[in-house]
Ligand binder design. Structure first.
Ligand SMILES: Cc1ncc(COP(=O)(O)O)c(C=O)c1O
Length: 336
C-alpha cells in the first residue's frame, strides 16, 4: 500500500509511543497490556481524528476550501480536532451537533464544547438525534456556497475512504515499532465507532501480512449493525488498493459494554477511567476510551484473553469530555 501518492498534511512530528502498562497488567493478573498512545497525537488535545485529518485536510486545501464543516454528537472529540485542523490551516470551521440525547446540547457547557469556542468555531448548528447527518452537512455546504464560500465537508468521524488512510498509516507505524521493540503482539484492540479507525487497522495489518487479529469494541451500536458498517467501508478501501476483501468473520466487535446508549455513562466506564488514571496516570475519555477500557477489563475478567498473551490497546483519545461527566465521576473519585 503506497500511501505516499496521497497528499498529506502533518500534524504530529513523532511516532506515538507504545507503552507497557505494567501496573495495570499486574493488577488484572494478565494479559500483558501495551498501549499505543494516540491520545498524544498533535492538534488540539490529540486523539484518533488527527491521523485522518492529515489526509482529509490535504484534500480540502487542494480543492481551495475556505471553510471546513463537519458534524458530531454533543461533546464530540472529532469536532474539536477538526476545528483544530482548520485553525492550523487558517480556515474557518462550522459544526453541526447531533443531539443524540434529547436536551443534551448546552451552548455554555464545559469540556469539548468550551474548546470549540476557544478555538474560534464560526458557527454551531444543532439538529435532533437521528437526523440524516450527510444530508444536514450537504444543506449547510449549499448555504455557504450560495454566500460565495468554498466549504469542504468532513464526514462524521472523518470516516470515508480517505479518512481510513490515517489508520492504514498507523498500522505501518505499529509494524515498524513492534519490529524495533522486538515485541510480538497477539491482538490489537480498538474502539469501533464511525469505523474508519477499525477499518484502517484491519486493512493496514492485512496489507502488511502482520497476522494480528483486531478486536473492535462498540460504544454505540450492536454488533450486527456495527460489523456490517465496518464491512461496507472496508470493502471500499480494499477495492481501492486492489486487495482481497476483509471477510465478515475477520470483523470482530464486542457490544457488551455500551450500557443504555451511546454517551450514557456506565459504572464500568467510571471504574475503568479511575483504574487507568490511578494505575498508569493516563486520563481516558467518558464516551469512547472509558467504555472501551471497561470492555477490555470486562473481557479480561471473563477470561477472554490468555494470561500470557500480549495485547495492544489503541488509546484513541483522552477527553475533555470527562468534565461534562464530572458529577458522575466525582461520586467515585472523592469517595474511593
Ligand atoms: C476518543 C475516540 N475514540 C474512538 C473514536 C471512534 O473512532 P472511529 O470514529 O474511527 O470509529 C472516536 C470518535 O470520535 C473518539 O473520539
Amino acid at each position: 500500500m503506497n500511501l505516499a501518492k496521497y497528499p498529506r498534511r502533518r500534524y504530529t512530528s513523532y511516532k506515538t509511543p507504545i507503552e507497557h502498562l505494567e501496573r495495570l497488567s499486574k493488577l488484572l493478573g494478565g494479559p500483558n497490556i501495551y498501549m499505543k498512545r494516540d491520545d498524544l497525537l498533535g492538534l488540539a488535545g490529540g486523539g484518533n481524528k488527527t491521523r485522518k485529518l492529515e489526509f482529509l485536510m490535504a484534500e480540502a486545501l487542494e480543492q481551495g476550501a475556505d471553510t471546513i464543516i463537519t458534524c458530531g454528537a454533543v461533546q464530540s472529540n472529532h469536532c474539536r480536532l477538526t476545528i483544530g485542523a482548520a485553525v492550523k490551516e487558517g480556515l474557518k470551521a462550522q459544526i453541526i451537533m447531533e443531539e443524540r440525547i434529547e436536551g443534551s446540547y448546552d451552548r455554555n457547557a464545559t469540556g469539548n464544547n468550551f474548546i470549540y469556542h476557544l478555538l474560534g468555531v464560526e458557527d454551531v448548528h444543532v439538529v435532533p438525534g437521528g437526523s440524516d447527518m450527510p444530508n444536514e452537512l450537504e444543506k449547510l455546504a449549499e448555504k455557504l456556497r450560495a454566500e460565495g464560500r468554498k466549504p469542504y465537508i468532513v464526514q462524521g468521524g472523518g470516516s470515508n475512504e480517505l479518512g481510513c488512510l490515517g489508520y492504514i498509516s498507523c498500522a505501518q507505524e505499529i509494524n515498524e515499532q513492534l519490529f524495533e521493540m522486538g515485541l510480538n503482539i497477539d491482538k490489537i484492540c480498538c474502539v469501533s465507532g464511525s469505523s474508519s479507525m477499525h477499518v484502517g487497522l484491519l486493512v493496514g495489518t492485512k496489507g502488511l501480512n502482520m497476522n494480528i487479529p483486531i478486536q473492535g469494541v462498540s460504544v454505540g451500536k450492536k454488533e450486527p449493525i456495527q460489523g456490517d458498517k465496518v464491512k461496507e467501508l472496508a470493502d471500499k478501501v480494499t477495492e481501492i488498493f486492489g486487495m482481497p476483501e476483509i471477510s465478515r468473520e475477520e470483523i470482530v466487535v464486542d457490544d457488551n459494554y455500551i450500557g443504555e446508549s451511546y454517551g450514557a455513562p456506565t459504572k464500568e466506564m467510571v471504574e475503568a477511567i479511575q483504574m487507568v488514571a490511578r494505575e498508569e496516570g493516563i486520563i481516558l475519555d467518558a464516551v469512547y476510551t472509558g467504555k472501551f477500557m471497561a470492555a477490555i477489563i470486562g473481557m479480561i475478567r471473563e477470561g477472554k484473553f490468555k494470561k500470557d498473551e500480549n495485547i495492544l490497546l489503541l488509546n484513541s483519545g483522552s477527553g475533555y469530555n470527562i468534565f461534562s461527566y464530572e458529577d458522575i465521576l466525582k461520586e467515585e473519585v472523592y469517595t474511593k
